[in-house]
Design a protein around this ligand. Structure first.
Ligand code: PEP
Length: 246
């Protein structure tokens, strides 16, 4: 049986002290069952301090660079993340693809580099409103998935968490219906089966992301091919975050 994984994506919100307070408060109220992995992806400047106070929550980075080191001003290496105990990294978020011009090739390099160092990539994919409305979601996502998994071995592929996030549902309040989300997540599982086999597609975790809130998470997670959620806005307040995990 696959576990559920719920990760908050804080984007560029909160200060270091606010983040530490948040984690302390959440952890004091939190009871995570064996079937759930819960965490937050925080801005890199606060990873180290937050990691020191987090005992139950997974602390994820929101990005990394694929080169080991060098003249890459402003970038963060996997070695740096490993050194402070971070073991999950979000890659390929639509905001990084759109605003920071990250392409499938770069995301594939990040995926490979993280897996080589035994970190867990949370690999985002998803289509724009225009692609959705033109009925091309499946082919769009297939290209993203196929490129991201290029040269990834079967054993490593099992460790990737995929987050399907339709861009038109991110931060817009427009949530994809559970049926739409299930349809695409099921399709992604089939893509993984075609790239590898059932031993990978049966175990790989697939999250849905896009305006998930405490009020709609239960219905989304009840879908057979959805194993969790990547949550932006609703992960920023303690009560709301705890509501997601209930
Ligand atoms: C996200 O940032 O990945 C996200 C899904 O945001 P929101 O939940 O706010 O739509």
């Amino acid at each position: 049986m696959r576990k559920n994984i719920i990760i908050g994506n804080w984007k560029m919100f909160k200060t270091n002290s606010e983040a530490v307070e948040f984690v302390k408060e959440v952890e004091s109220k939190l009871n995570i069952g064996d079937n759930l992995t819960a965490g937050i992806a925080v801005p890199s400047v606060m990873l180290s301090d937050v990691k020191k106070v987090a005992k139950k929550l997974i602390i994820s980075a929101q990005n990394c660079f694929f080169e080991a080191e060098g003249a890459f001003t402003g970038e963060i290496s996997i070695k740096m993340l490993k050194n402070i105990g971070v073991d999950h990294v979000v890659i390929g978020h639509s905001e990084r693809r759109d605003i920071f011009c990250e392409n499938d090739e770069m995301i594939n390099k990040k995926n490979l580099a993280l897996l080589k160092e035994n970190l867990t990539p949370i690999l985002c994919c998803g289509e724009s409103l225009e692609t959705y409305e033109s009925g091309k979601t499946k082919e769009w996502v297939k290209k993203q998935i196929t490129e991201a998994f290029k040269n990834v071995s079967k054993e490593d592929a099992k460790k990737v968490v995929i987050a399907y996030e339709p861009i038109w549902a991110i931060g817009t309040g427009k949530v994809a219906t559970p049926e739409i989300a299930q349809d695409i997540c099921k399709e992604i599982r089939m893509m993984i089966k075609d790239l590898y086999d059932e031993s990978v597609s049966d175990v790989i975790l697939i999250q849905y992301g896009g305006s998930v809130k405490p009020e709609n998470i239960k219905e989304i997670l009840s879908q057979p091919d959805i194993d969790g959620a990547l949550v932006g806005g609703a992960s920023l307040q303690v009560d709301s975050y705890l509501g997601l995990l209930k």
